[in-house]
Design a binder for this molecule. Structure first.
Ligand SMILES: [Zn+2]
Length: 456
């Protein structure tokens, strides 16, 4: 059996040419102009999956862009790994900022430059090539299913419904994906948590019309003043949220878990310098990494009302508005939190104003236990390849489809990312180091081996 490093070396050029074929299709999901390219890209993936050795690969319709589904079932008694990726990409404007054409991949200084080079064509192709090696060398230790969607960059509107319909077909022991980044070139990490979100808009109304601030000022409540006071009362000076039961479902991490999280390289001085701030602000007793990773937040994203034009206009406005975002941690239910907020906000409104609260958007948080077989297999694989135990990372952001997989399919996801923070995803000159592409293939190959062993 040839080893994976030799296999990569022998096939280096072919791997790149195949990936370039995918990259050359401008599969921008947010634009209707590219509708045909979506199908073209799905077909290209189907071809590559079949060539890599799946038993079957199908293009399946959804309410939006099609899903590519492929599988290789070698033995029903073996564990099943579901690989997730997306073939759609972000728009490329402004094209003038690109050093080379966004859909004409070019390798410069060891990096592939193109839209989708990292996110997520390059990263998901890692899985196709690791799978190919295991099939060709007859050493695949698991059953494998592939799911590639074409709407990730527009928040996967059709995938949850499609998953509900195909629940049985998607049954697996673990989902693995590469659509996140590692800390840096030599520091591997596994994203094991994402925050949820509850997003609301509030309206505070006083009189039925804007009033003269001289004639009415002092006698009728100003809704902007009232809203500002109401918002100020939602948190204490340390940033702790004062809504009853807000923290009730927050799971406290144990000392070991906190210690592991804080192993991630982080320099507070650099952080402050980068943002040009004298000091950071946040909940007492938590580090900056913890404040963004494992603690919930409440922030005003926008506030408006009254006169904001040039010069002075002496007016007491009738209405004031604000948009409020709460980032949640796993186990906090976004619907419960939205309701708690709504009840609380109405309860603190003084009699002289009327309050409306509108729910705009919500999503569940997500966490993978670091003692699970999937996490341990990924950790061992990355350790073998990089010579360092990967750092578990709790990302402050949200990926809605990962929590949907958990809710609908009951399957946990392992986010084994090989991108770098400098890959400029979603921006001009997106790139992906060929080195990371190759290391990724090595690591994913080992993941299967360790996962099969741990599941025995
Ligand atoms: Zn992506």
């Amino acid at each position: 059996m040839s080893d994976i490093k030799t296999y990569i070396k022998e096939n280096e050029e072919r791997f790149l040419n195949e990936l370039f074929e995918l990259i050359r299709i401008p599969s921008i999901s947010s634009s209707v102009e590219h509708k045909e390219d979506m199908l073209k890209c799905a077909k290209c993936w189907q071809k590559h999956l079949l060539a890599a050795g799946v038993d079957k690969a199908e293009i399946m319709p959804t309410d939006g862009n099609p899903v590519v589904y492929g599988e290789k079932i070698i033995d029903e008694n073996l564990p099943v790994v579901l690989v997730y990726g997306h073939y759609d990409v972000m728009p490329v404007d402004p094209v003038s900022e690109w050093q080379s054409q966004p859909f004409e991949p070019e390798v410069r200084d060891g990096k592939i430059y193109a839209r989708g080079a990292d996110d997520d064509k390059g990263q998901s192709f890692i899985h196709a090539k690791a799978f190919e090696f295991l099939v060709k060398t007859n050493s695949l230790p698991c059953n494998v299913k592939f799911l590639l969607e074409g709407e990730e960059e527009i928040s996967s509107p059709s995938l949850p419904e499609w998953c509900k319909k195909n629940k049985k077909m998607l049954q697996s022991d673990i989902i693995i994906l590469s659509d996140t980044s590692m800390i840096n070139q030599d520091t591997p990490s596994i994203t094991c948590g994402l925050r949820g979100l509850a997003y609301l808009e509030v309206e505070v109304k006083s009189a039925n019309r804007d009033l003269h601030s001289g004639l009415y000022g002092g006698a009728v409540a100003n809704p902007i003043n009232v809203l500002a006071k109401m918002i100020a009362s939602l948190t204490d000076p340390q940033g702790c949220i004062k809504i009853k039961d807000f923290y009730k479902d927050v799971i406290k991490l144990n000392e070991r878990e906190r210690k592991d999280l804080n192993k991630a390289p982080f320099n507070l001085t650099e952080y402050k310098k980068d943002l040009n701030i004298e000091d950071v602000f946040g909940e007492e007793g938590y580090t900056t990494i913890e404040r963004t990773g494992i603690r919930p937040t409440l922030d005003v994203c926008g506030i408006w009302g009254g006169y904001t034009g040039e010069g002075a206009k002496t007016v007491i406005p009738s209405t004031a508005y604000a948009k409020i975002s709460m980032r949640l941690v796993p186990n906090q239910n976004h619907k419960t939190i939205a309701q708690l907020f709504q009840d609380h906000f109405k309860s603190i409104a003084p009699k002289y104003v009327k309050v409306k609260v509108k729910n705009l958007h919500g999503g569940q948080g997500y966490v993978t236990p670091i003692h699970s077989s999937g996490y341990r297999a990924a950790s061992k694989a990355l350790r073998d390849v990089y010579g360092k135990t990967p750092i578990p990372v709790r990302s402050g952001g949200s990926i809605s489809i990962i929590s949907a997989f958990d809710e609908i399919l009951g399957i946990k996801s392992i986010m084994m990312g090989f991108g770098l923070p400098s890959d400029a995803i979603h921006s001009a000159n997106e790139n992906f180091p060929v080195y990371n592409f190759h290391k990724g293939i090595e690591a994913v190959t080992l993941f299967y081996k360790y996962f099969a062993e741990l599941m025995k």
